[in-house]
Design a protein around this ligand. Sequence first.
Ligand code: CA
Length: 158
Amino acid sequence: MEAIEKLRAKCLERGASGIRGLARVFRRLDANRSGTLDADELHRGLEEMGLALEPQEIEQICQRWDRHGDGTLDLEEFLRALRPPMSQARKDIIAAAFAKLDRSGDGVVTVGDLRGIYSGRDHPKVTAAEFLDYYSGVSASVDTDEEFVAMMTSAWQL
Ligand code: CA
């Protein structure tokens, strides 16, 4: 099993929010917003989540998503790969739910969106990527596209 598959399985063992939880820790570790993590940061994030991987597995992940050849991994690409694979039907219904929330259409859901007002000072509450992180975890426990679409349609009144 590839290291990332092992990591995904460990996240999913923690329930629907496992993927989102790990993604959140990793995004926070990228304090300088470079969009990359090195092996040390990856190790620290996994430790914080209580998820152990072998040093060679951490190396493998770093190398696999190293876009710049500098030994660091591209965070968003890595997190995209970590999400359980989803059909287009599932991705579409998740995007539709996010679009309903993001009234201003700027790709982040803020308190302003939720109140139906626009404010430039709004702090982002949820990004489209975080929304996908979460629903990819939910999706993994739903067997069919029909069930998933019905669940989303009902939950978000789409
Ligand atoms: Ca918005």
